[in-house]
Design a protein around this ligand. Sequence first.
Ligand code: ZN
Ligand code: ZN
Length: 246
Amino acid sequence: MTIVIFVLVLWYGSLFFQSFFLHRYAAHQVFTMSKTMERITFILTWVFQGSSYLSAYGYGIMHRMHHAYTDTDMDPHSPSHDPNLFAMMWRTKTIYQDINKQRIVIEQRFTKNVPQWRGFDMFASSRFSRVLWITLYIIFFAYFTTSLWQWLLLPITFLMAPIHGVIINWFGHIYGYANYKMKNTSKNLFRFDFLMMGEGYHNNHHKHASRANFGVKWYEIDITYLIIKLLNTFGFIRLKTVTVKE
Ligand SMILES: [Zn+2]
Ligand SMILES: [Zn+2]
């Protein structure tokens, strides 16, 4: 039971920081926050993503490219251009590293205002940090597993961020329903997104990329957005007001 709770905490913790910080803040900037809050969020993202930490800089730029080039051969990840899920994951990883290590020239519209904490990102993305987290997960499992099957959950803890990425970037461009007719393959994966905390409303999000709330219909409850609203009410962040044209 302890192991299942541990994996769930890592799943939702790392997903929250991916959705809240990397996606809605770094890439789309739907809210603002102070420099101190930003640094605290960098550290919490490292704590929850652990061995699969993603930098806001690499994620932010790559994700903006996904919106600009969706389903074309310039899309950093697309089921329309990659033969299978693993090929897509590999290509995504290569492009992400090229951006982070500044091996490719990137247009200014993709880099504009993307938050970066260079020193911390280097540490959090280092082999030392990744191996440290993996060791900690193994020790935790060794201590708390009560039956053998629970060890099957261990690889998930190593790869939280790419697993979350692939659910949306692969399945969210193949399966589900569409509220909006788009020139791309984006779909809403669930009518109520309990699994991906609102990220699953991917068709809605492609239509209104600068909207903080990814839900449109009454049943499309966006859990990350509810937390964002709460953080805004308590003054930790400041939501931007955007007028939405249907
Ligand atoms: Zn997409
Ligand atoms: Zn987006």
